[in-house]
Design a protein around this ligand. Structure first.
Ligand SMILES: [Zn+2]
Length: 114
């Protein structure tokens, strides 16, 4: 085995070790995502149960909840433009300063769908 082959074998071994490390990292990330997914699902179920209990005891309507959610969403609509970093206060689809297109926002209600 010449010096070139020896160096190539070292590189291959190093790359294989890096690949194993990357595979472990990916596996751990996938497990974390699944744990988060399950936590979100449980929280969603708890929210639905609490809402049903609240409705039964208070008589609040789904419309009242939707209006409250809309108000909260509007208050939280302020965001920074990813392109220029300026704060955006409106729900317009483009940045007022640089014209960047904002990603479409999903309604908060979508997180309650189990
Ligand atoms: Zn901008």
């Amino acid at each position: 085995m010449n010096l070139y082959d020896l160096r190539q074998n070292q590189r291959i071994s190093k790359t294989q070790a890096e690949n194993k490390h990357t595979a472990r990292t990916v596996q751990e990330s996938q497990e974390s995502i699944e744990e988060l997914r399950q936590s979100v699902h449980k929280l969603s179920v708890v929210c639905q149960a609490m809402w049903q209990l609240l409705q039964a005891t208070s008589g609040l309507s789904d419309q009242a909840l939707l209006e409250t959610l809309e108000n909260v969403e509007q208050k939280q609509a302020a965001q920074n433009c990813a392109q220029c970093g300026r704060v955006q206060q409106s729900k317009k689809p483009n940045c007022l300063y640089c014209g960047a297109t904002f990603p479409e926002q999903t309604s908060t209600m979508s997180c309650f769908q189990v």
